[in-house]
Design a protein. Structure first.
Ligand code: GLV
Ligand code: MN
Ligand code: MN
Ligand code: MN
Length: 398
């Protein structure tokens, strides 16, 4: 199935795939999904927040207490082929397996595709599930802008959605009895365990901060070194401090993956630099301490260079324990699958606050993700989809 979309949204410059939400690449994948779901006899709906639902409800029961699976089809810039699409393709494959087995679900089953899981276009990860569950104000989402200044409201309109309608949607949430997201594993956990599939346990708390450093834009040739107030120099010090400070807190992960100097000319001393900090730890207090230390380091470096610093939190997700009873039940169904924490964020982590949620991870033999080197072997993809089918069958029998 993934071979059918292997050419969509390839990034010739970065390598891998760049499929930001509401780009033509991501929309092509959503069309691919709706076609594939329709071919399987599923009923398609799109909710107020742009989440696409494919329903299998042979008993004609009311759309409530549904078993829901699915993932996302957007990607980070230069991402791999599996982060998101593996969960969606596996969900469709699991439907095939259940249909071939002659399963007649006693509860509705749905496959869901969530927009802007990565937050790579609008800066807030899991935007669709946050809006659905009401942890993000619609006004804030609508005003978010991408790198070209296009607002989320404009993107929604262009995609045929109504910006005025987004926000907490208890009717849709109320239909979900259980949510299970299958995902490529994004680290080395399953390699180390020598196992193809694991059940998810905790999702590390994580957040994003924008650090804006303001200096004096000037001429690269005429400005003496002693006269400069160069925010890019401060940014460099911040990047070094991030590594140093995170290294002092066992288990912390802190990253600067994006820096934007303004105006960004070779012969121009920047007037401002924006950089984005991603910080994570299983203990939310440690994440806060790491960010506070980085903020202090940035302020110190800025003072020496005559620059100003502003640190703004763009998103924060506390550590989430996925439903332990559901996880234990799934591990039993799978004959004793291992249980694994993850440092990556997921819509399942957002939904977990409102509905029993669980995850399945599928081995990634490189242990690398958010990179073209992310991979899954065919045999493991198959094991993952069959594991998902078994889990869904068990849940649907209730
Ligand atoms: C999303 O994949 C994230 O964890 O950043
Ligand atoms: Mn993902
Ligand atoms: Mn991702
Ligand atoms: Mn993710």
């Amino acid at each position: 199935m993934l071979a059918e979309i292997a050419d969509v949204g390839r990034d010739p410059v970065r390598g891998g795939y760049s499929r930001p939400v509401f780009s033509s690449g991501e929309r092509t994948l959503v069309d691919w999904f709706t076609d594939a779901a329709t071919r399987r006899g599923l009923d398609l709906t799109v909710d107020r927040n742009g989440i696409v639902w494919a329903w299998w409800n042979p008993a004609g029961a009311p759309l409530q207490d549904a078993v829901v699976t699915g993932s996302h089809l957007d990607s980070v810039p230069g991402g791999g082929a599996f982060d998101g699409p593996l969960g969606v393709a596996s969900a469709l494959r699991a439907v095939d397996v259940l249909q071939a087995r002659g399963v007649q679900p006693a509860r509705p089953l749905a496959v869901a595709v969530f927009p802007e899981e990565e937050g790579s276009r609008y800066g807030v990860a899991c935007l669709g599930s946050r809006l659905l569950s009401g942890v993000l104000e619609p006004e804030r989402a609508l005003a978010l802008t991408d790198a070209d200044g296009v607002t989320y409201a404009q993107s929604l309109t262009a995609a045929g959605l109504d910006p005025a309608a987004i926000g907490r949607d208890d009717e849709t949430l109320g239909r979900i009895g259980t949510f299970v997201e299958l995902h490529v594993e994004q680290g080395r956990g399953l390699i180390d365990l020598d196992a193809p599939v694991a059940v998810g346990a905790a999702i590390l708390g994580h957040g994003r901060w924008r650090i804006s450093i303001t200096g004096q834009g000037n001429h690269a040739g005429t400005t003496l070194m002693a006269d400069r107030r160069d925010p890019l120099l401060v940014a460099a010090e911040v990047v070094v401090a991030v590594r140093r400070i995170a290294g002092r807190h066992p288990g912390a992960r802190a990253t600067v993956g994006r820096i934007q100097p303004v105006p960004g000319g070779t012969n121009v001393i920047a007037s401002r630099v924006d950089l984005w900090l991603d910080a994570r730890h299983v203990d939310d207090l440690v994440t806060a301490a790491v960010v506070a230390e980085i903020t202090a380091a940035a302020q110190g470096a800025a003072a020496i260079e005559g620059c100003a610093v502003e640190v703004r939190q763009e998103s924060l997700s506390p550590t989430v324990d996925l439903d332990p009873q559901l996880g234990a039940r799934m591990a039993r169904t799978l004959g004793g699958a291992p249980v694994l924490d993850t440092g990556a964020g997921h819509d399942a982590g957002v939904l977990a606050a409102r509905v029993p949620s669980a995850m399945l991870f599928v081995r990634n033999p490189t242990g690398i993700s958010h990179s073209p080197e992310e991979t899954v072997e065919d045999v493991d993809a198959d094991r993952g989809a069959l594991a998902l089918a078994d889990v869904l069958a068990d849940l649907l029998a209730d």
